[in-house]
Design a protein around this ligand. Structure first.
Ligand SMILES: [Mg+2]
Ligand SMILES: [Zn+2]
Length: 230
């Protein structure tokens, strides 16, 4: 159910976005693993992860081990990734009130940077897992794992829980299991799919969205100008 959490001004917020299936249309990493795995072992890992039998890190390490793709084919693949057109509108809207959104992802930094560059999106801070290219193998590492969190590979909440303040509410937009930690610690949450189901199940208020157009429309109402001040 849609429910507004707090009265807030967008200009006061610290804004964080998930990447896969939030900014992109579809889950880039999932689809990449699906297309370029040597075997179907990744499906077993995915199921075990969904059931909570293995951690996100164990799942990703196992899945990436199976992927074989040349750098050239990866670039070709990433060139076809579609970004929700409203993401650029949201960046512009946030820019008007002096806010830069931060990207927090369980995907890999070079993949995200390449997709952004393909779409002329520059200058956004991106925190994601690391990836090294060794021939056709992709070697992951996880600089933002949290020893206190057994669940996440990239524990997204660590980017704001240590320096948060009431004056600057945390606004988070996401869709999946890897967003749960961050969403539970955020002040304003836009959620869809698995994240939405989890938050609803656990009685945590959030604002439901299906595409970024919904988020844009909501945020536009949070831009307070002197003439329209209530
Ligand atoms: Mg996602
Ligand atoms: Zn976590």
């Amino acid at each position: 159910m849609e429910q507004e959490l707090v009265n807030y001004r967008l200009s006061d917020c610290r804004v964080f976005f998930d990447f896969d299936n939030t900014i992109t249309v579809g889950d880039v990493l999932y689809e990449l693993i699906e297309c370029y795995s040597l075997s179907e072992d990744w499906i077993k890992l995915e199921k075990a992860w969904q059931l909570g039998e293995i951690t996100t890190k164990q799942c990703l390490i196992g899945q990436m081990k199976e992927v074989r793709i040349s750098r050239k084919d990866l670039s070709r693949y990433l060139a076809a990734v579609e970004i929700d057109a409203y993401f650029v509108k949201i960046i512009e809207l946030l820019g008007k009130v002096g806010v830069t959104p931060v990207i927090l992802s369980d995907n890999f930094e070079p993949i995200i940077q390449e997709i952004f560059a393909n779409n002329n999106i520059r200058g956004l801070p991106v925190f994601a897992n690391h990836l090294e290219f060794k021939g056709e193998e992709l070697i992951p590492s996880f600089p933002y794992s949290n020893p206190d969190c057994p669940f996440c590979a990239h524990c997204k909440k660590t980017h704001f829980i240590h320096d948060r303040s009431i004056e600057h509410p945390i606004l988070y937009v996401g869709d999946g299991r890897s967003d749960i930690c961050a969403a539970m610690e955020s002040d304003i949450v836009f959620a869809k799919d698995t994240l939405l189901a989890y938050l609803n199940k656990h009685g945590r208020d959030c604002i439901e969205f299906t595409a970024l157009a919904d988020v844009y429309k909501h945020l536009k109402g949070k831009v307070y100008e002197p003439a329209s001040a209530r």
